[in-house]
Ligand binder design. Structure first.
Ligand code: C2E
Ligand code: MG
Ligand code: MG
Ligand code: MG
Length: 292
């Protein structure tokens, strides 16, 4: 990296770097050692229930703090990790951290309803994923749906039978399953009634224009109705403005996640938010967080 060797200030990962094969390869090498160098951490994006008095949940999102590039976005490094066989180890770390964190919050009496963790297709399809996850849940005594695994439609297209068997076994040991980014893949409708899952997450692309375009609203309405008729919970992701909240609420969406309520938060900031929403004190953040 030129900026690195010339000793310039911290550089941020940019699109310019993306096409550069040498940079890409060295990024993979650095990704390989990022775990042992403790360069990963988790952030927590609140998920709010339409019933305001319900406890907060959060989606766990991975961050890579690169020594010279700064924070590399997951959209850049997760695909690299998947392509180079690193995602299973990284995903293990994320899940273990999330379980430990939830157990520790529960022990401290912090009312966090659920943490949802993203799982890559190769993780879900790995032979020992089920047993290792079951062991983790047992160790931390969170076999009550406190952990939800988010899988995308791409996990399902490779081997829908194996994926759905894995999902079913995970549910039997007290794990919840969510289908993430729903509606942007092509496959899911035909599989949906055969798949064991708890929650459907409506993709941000529908939410973006839901208050503007009747067609987005119609698709979102159909997704919500479908999920409801299958008795699943529905989460809307990428909610950025109040008008979207209003439409989604009318459609019957159960939970909301997005910048309108909160960006992904550092652990301490999430803890503070949970404490405050629990006490119902009236900060600016909270007046949004309580969906007044
Ligand atoms: P995702 O699972 O769909 O997560 C939601 C993404 O949307 C997050 O981006 C979140 O910060 C962003 N987001 C949430 N609300 C809003 C909003 O209102 N506006 C906008 N513009 N964005 C919003 P992030 O953290 O960059 O993660 C991107 C993707 O990387 C995730 O999409 C997920 O697929 C993947 N990812 C993140 N952490 C992990 C992980 O631990 N394991 C795996 N396998 N994938 C992960
Ligand atoms: Mg997700
Ligand atoms: Mg759930
Ligand atoms: Mg998503």
């Amino acid at each position: 990296y030129r900026a690195k060797s010339s000793g310039q200030a911290v550089m941020h990962y940019s699109e310019e770097l993306e096409g550069d094969t040498a940079v890409r390869l060295s990024l993979v090498e650095e990704l390989r050692s990022a775990l042992e160098r403790s360069q990963f951490h988790l952030v927590f994006q609140p998920r709010l229930h339409r019933n305001e008095s319900a406890a907060l949940s959060a989606e766990v999102l991975l961050r890579w703090q690169h020594p010279t590039l700064g924070t590399v976005p997951p959209a850049k490094f997760i695909p690299l990790a998947e392509q180079h066989g690193l995602i299973d180890a990284i995903g293990d770390w994320v899940l273990a951290q999330a379980c430990q964190q939830l157990a520790s919050w529960r022990k401290a009496g912090l009312p966090v309803a659920q943490l949802s963790v993203n799982v890559s297709p190769t993780q879900l399809l790995a032979d020992d994923f089920f047993s290792r996850t079951a062991a983790l849940l047992a160790t931390w005594q969170i076999e009550d749906g406190g952990i939800e695994l988010e899988v995308t439609e791409s996990s399902l297209v490779h081997d829908v039978v194996k994926a759905s068997q894995g999902m079913q076994r995970l549910r039997e040991v007290g794990c919840h399953i969510a289908i993430d980014d729903f509606g942007v893949g092509f496959s899911a409708l035909s599989y949906l009634n055969r798949l064991p899952f708890d929650t459907l997450k409506v993709d941000k692309s529908f939410v973006d224009t839901i208050h503007l375009e009747p067609s987005s609203k119609a698709i979102a309405a159909a997704i919500v109705a479908l999920a409801k008729s299958l008795d699943k919970a529905v989460v809307a992701e990428g909610v950025e403005i109040l008008e979207q909240v209003a439409v989604l609420r009318d459609l019957g969406v159960d939970e909301f996640q997005g910048y309108y309520f909160s960006r992904p938060l550092a652990k301490e900031d999430f803890e503070r938010l949970v404490r405050r929403s629990h006490c119902k004190s009236g900060s600016q953040e909270l007046s949004q967080a309580s969906m007044a």
